[in-house]
Design a protein around this ligand. Structure first.
Ligand SMILES: [Zn+2]
Length: 435
């Protein structure tokens, strides 16, 4: 390379650095975000709130305009109600697909190489942010695509919600014998020693949380046969906890649910038809229930585009009813809920529709809101920095139009503006509001 070329490269590098500094410097500046009202997730509904943001964190919440530091950038969202950034505790971000006409989404997912899939997933990530979801717990991905995506987002190379990821979910052998070399696929674990190995493998890969599939049931299959036995489930729970990781256990049916709860899972995903004893045990232990009712609604609405064979509809409709009924019983019994969409394919952006099912199950809109904020943050073990608006928390803020405490649809459909870690990532607010 000639000196001249080198000099040009040098200029470009300097320019790029300057641009980068310009882009990243607002993270260091102070912003003051004004809301007409603010539901802070800490038990207070503020009127004329001012959230002072420094870098990626909240410095202070106040109503005193004199507290705004000189030179702060003012973001006036006073015609909206502010909420903490929402949390979806059950996604599959790297199983995103476009709705390319003529190509069933089921096929697209299995034919995309991992690098392509992670690149495409940025669209689902953006749609997730547009729904007001600034944090997700991602429960199951192939080839550690979730870990790559989490790291790209944390480095600022990709725009998306903050991710807590699980790597491969553990599941039992479910393929026939093939002649030749038969290495188990990622995530496959049979028996306690293999369960221990696969849990430790995910932790070694950089997983934040462990996922285990304790029953059948996924996509258009609504069966819920328990797949692991109690000893295997208990081994996974203990191995995760030994390393300070939480575990999420999938069970469509009641048997896997019972054993998962008894083994001490941190959250139980999907479960229908749970018996009263299991529900009572969840309430007693503080086990989080993530019923994911809405994802089956999404499957019904999009069956042809996904590529499901007809015939599953009536079973899926019946499953939704049982899922809702189980949620109703669990809520009545005092079980803690967290909002999980199980978003996959093109469901991203519909993440918070689950909240409407929670209201149907007997929650007030405010109780539903907690499942996607304070409860979800507690399930992540991050309740001192996520799920609420207060000093020291991440500056994850959502502005909605209307009253989210009166109508759950406001949170679902009226998100106008979103800040994640101090940076505005969605702005559909009408008129100029920054000055
Ligand atoms: Zn899932």
């Amino acid at each position: 390379m000639s000196f001249r070329k080198l000099a040009i490269v040098g200029i470009w590098a300097a320019l790029a650095a300057a641009l980068w500094a310009q882009e990243s410097s607002p993270a260091k500046t102070v912003k003051a975000v004004r809301f007409g009202k603010l539901w802070d997730g800490k038990g207070r509904l503020w009127t004329n709130a001012i959230v002072i943001v420094e870098g990626e964190r909240v410095r202070e919440v106040t109503t005193d305009a004199k507290a705004i530091p000189a030179g702060a950038q003012i973001l006036d969202l006073s015609k909206y109600i502010g909420l903490p950034g929402l949390i979806d505790v059950h996604t599959h971000m790297t199983m995103y697909t476009d709705e390319t006409p003529g190509a069933p989404m089921l096929k697209q997912i299995t034919s995309n190489p991992p690098a392509v899939e992670v690149f495409l997933a940025r669209k689902g990530a953006m749609r997730t942010l547009q729904a007001g979801v600034t944090t997700v717990r991602d429960l199951g991905a192939d080839q550690y695509m979730d870990i790559a995506m989490r790291d790209l987002i944390n480095r600022g190379e990709m725009i998306g919600p903050r991710m807590f990821v699980s790597g491969y979910g553990l599941y039992i052998t479910n393929t026939p014998y093939r002649q030749g070399l038969n290495l188990p696929a990622g995530g496959v674990a049979d028996g306690v020693p293999e369960v221990l190995r696969v849990v430790r493998q995910q932790i070694a890969a950089g997983a934040d949380v462990i996922k285990l599939y304790a029953s059948t049931g996924t996509d258009d299959d609504t069966t819920g046969f328990e797949t692991y036995n109690y000893e295997e489930i208990k081994a996974a729970v203990d191995a995760a906890h030994q390393f300070g990781k939480k575990i999420a256990i999938h069970s469509y049916g009641p048997d896997g649910a019972r054993d998962a709860v008894r083994a001490g899972t941190d959250s139980l995903e999907h479960a229908t038809d749970m018996d009263d004893a299991t529900i009572a045990e969840m309430a007693k232990r503080g086990t989080f229930y993530v019923p994911t009712i809405d994802h089956n609604r999404y499957y019904l609405d999009n069956a042809a585009k996904i590529g499901y064979a007809p015939g599953f509809e009536s079973k899926t409709r019946a499953f939704i009813e049982r899922n809702l009924e189980t949620a109703r019983k669990a809520h009545k019994a005092g079980v803690k809920f967290a909002m999980g969409s199980d978003a996959i394919y093109s469901m991203f952006g519909e993440n918070t529709r689950e909240l409407a099912w929670f209201v149907k199950a007997g929650m007030t809109p405010e109780e539903a809101l907690k499942t996607a904020t304070t409860n979800a943050a507690e399930l992540l073990g991050k309740n001192s920095e996520l799920g609420a608006v207060g000093a020291g928390y991440f500056a994850d803020l959502v502005a909605v139009e209307g009253d989210p405490l009166a109508d759950v649809q406001v949170t679902i459909n009226q998100v106008k503006w979103v800040m994640k870690g101090g940076a505005v990532v969605v702005d559909k607010a009408a008129g100029p509001h920054a000055r």
